[in-house]
Design a protein around this ligand. Structure first.
Ligand code: ADP
Ligand code: PAZ
Length: 424
């Protein structure tokens, strides 16, 4: 699910007469007037929360007074509060996107977070302008349905549901167009950041590996089709892994897979062909012929296998399978670019390596797997983008780094410097 919540933050470093708490999305019709005076704009925050099967993701936008203003840049009519006139009319509000996730089982921590940061208040307040009586935040994914009552009861928030596939696509398109170094390939243990040509982005295949896997052919902004999917995804790895290894957390399972050796359980081509390659069909002796296949012939109970090896085989099986299905779908539609998102990947080297090798192997080097730095936040980000579509008061993230120099690179926390364009 994805939710958009407003937030008010006090700027402790700057004393402000008339504290403005804005939710940019909701106040745009009067934004011009309100900015038009001698007002100081306190950090205005709004955020989106996304909670599907296993993780709740929050994306929120916050303006910040401390942010340096580079007056040498285009659109440099920004005032000291990070607000500037926009060449296309309206205002640009400079700020940052923040990304946070919680395990769904810790929904209370998520509610506390929202509450402690007052993310659930929205609207402009003070100076005679009332806060809106409606607390509505955007939400996408299953959690938007599952947690609707919980959010209403605890925080008085209504969740405005946004379609999950369309959110994934909006989020991916924004990141690919707006954020430098968002996409990278993973080859021989190294990330190679890709310069995405905005004019040559579409079409591409978006593979979102969450609990299950969705494969979406993206032809443009808002133009997409979910062409395939598989139920063998991140939930399978975590669920089956938990049963097989008894490990208590996803991170522990992943860590185990680091230590393991899949060859102990997987049946390799060499195991079948007496240590030889099967070169006639392009299979080396070390290629996996049958995942978990060795367990058939060995007279061993599950407990006799190291959980690390089991975890490794499982991770490899699932990643390989997804890579292969992704490639087949790319082939089906003649797509050369395949972007992988979703928290299953988790920036995990072995997962990315397996997916990359699978795509490379099956495509004979024709297609390449690319990964996204904000992999798991596509839906939440897309729900955030949805505000502009449902509000008359257009607010949108200004993202194209070429046309808008306010967009900076992201730092290691995944924070994105960006600005919101609010119409007058
Ligand atoms: N801390 C975690 N807890 C649970 N699952 C995690 C965690 N980190 C990564 N994952 C993986 O991410 C998957 C969920 O990915 P996500 O993109 O959040 O999809 P969903 O929308 O289905 O929750 C899980 O099935 C699991 O494989
Ligand atoms: C139902 C879902 C879209 C939900 O998204 P998720 O919470 O897994 O990210 C996804 O799990 C999925 O696409 N499953 C695969 C179903 C199938 O095509 O067989």
């Amino acid at each position: 699910m994805s939710i958009g919540v407003p937030k008010r933050l006090q700027n402790k470093k700057v004393s402000v007469v008339g504290t403005w708490k804005i939710n940019i999305i909701w106040c745009s019709p009067t934004l011009t007037q309100r900015y038009g005076g001698t007002l100081s704009l306190n950090p205005g925050v709004r955020q989106i929360l996304s909670s599907p099967g296993s993780l709740i993701k929050i994306v929120y936008f916050s303006t910040s007074k401390e942010q340096p203003v580079d007056k040498t840049k285009k659109n440099a009519s920004r005032d000291s509060n990070g607000v500037s006139n926009c060449s296309k009319g309206g205002y640009l509000v400079n700020g940052r996107l923040y990304f946070i996730k919680f395990e769904t089982s810790k929904i209370n921590e998520c509610l506390d977070f929202i509450s402690s940061k007052q993310l659930h208040y929205r609207g402009v307040q003070q100076c005679g302008f009332p806060v809106s009586d409606k607390n509505i935040i955007k939400a996408t994914g299953g959690g938007a349905f599952k947690f609707a009552d919980l959010f209403k009861e605890n925080l008085g928030i209504s969740l405005d549901k946004v379609d999950e596939m369309s959110s994934l696509v909006s989020g991916a398109n924004f990141l690919l167009k707006a954020v430098p170094s968002e996409a990278f390939t993973y080859v021989n243990g190294k990330r190679n950041y890709e310069q995405i040509d905005h004019n040559d982005l579409f079409p591409y295949l978006l593979v979102n590996i969450g609990s299950g896997v969705s494969m979406i052919k993206v032809d443009g902004d808002g133009k997409f089709e979910r062409v395939s999917g598989t139920s063998v995804g991140g939930g399978t790895f975590w669920g089956l892994g938990k049963l097989l290894t008894k490990c208590k957390s996803f991170d522990a399972l992943l860590e185990m897979s680091h230590q393991g050796n899949n060859r102990v359980i997987d049946m390799l081509v060499g195991d079948i062909y007496g240590g030889m390659d099967y070169s006639k069909i392009g299979l080396t002796s070390t290629a996996i012929a049958s995942s978990f296949g060795k367990a058939i012939s060995e007279d061993k109970e599950l407990e006799e296998y190291k959980p690390e090896d089991v975890a490794r085989s499982l991770l490899r099986m699932i990643s390989n399978n997804i890579g292969q299905i992704a490639y087949l779908n790319a082939l089906r539609f003649g797509l050369k670019k395949i972007f992988f998102g979703g928290f299953f990947i988790g920036g995990h080297a072995y997962t990315m390596d397996t997916i990359s090798v699978a795509v490379d192997f099956w495509s004979k080097g024709e297609a390449k797997a690319m990964f996204l730095r904000h992999e798991g936040f596509l839906g939440a980000l897309g729900a955030f983008m949805n505000y502009q579509l449902v509000q008359d008061d257009s607010v949108r993230l200004v993202g194209d780094k070429n046309s808008n120099p306010l967009v900076e690179d992201l730092n290691d926390n995944g924070i994105i410097e960006c600005c919101v364009q609010a119409s007058s």
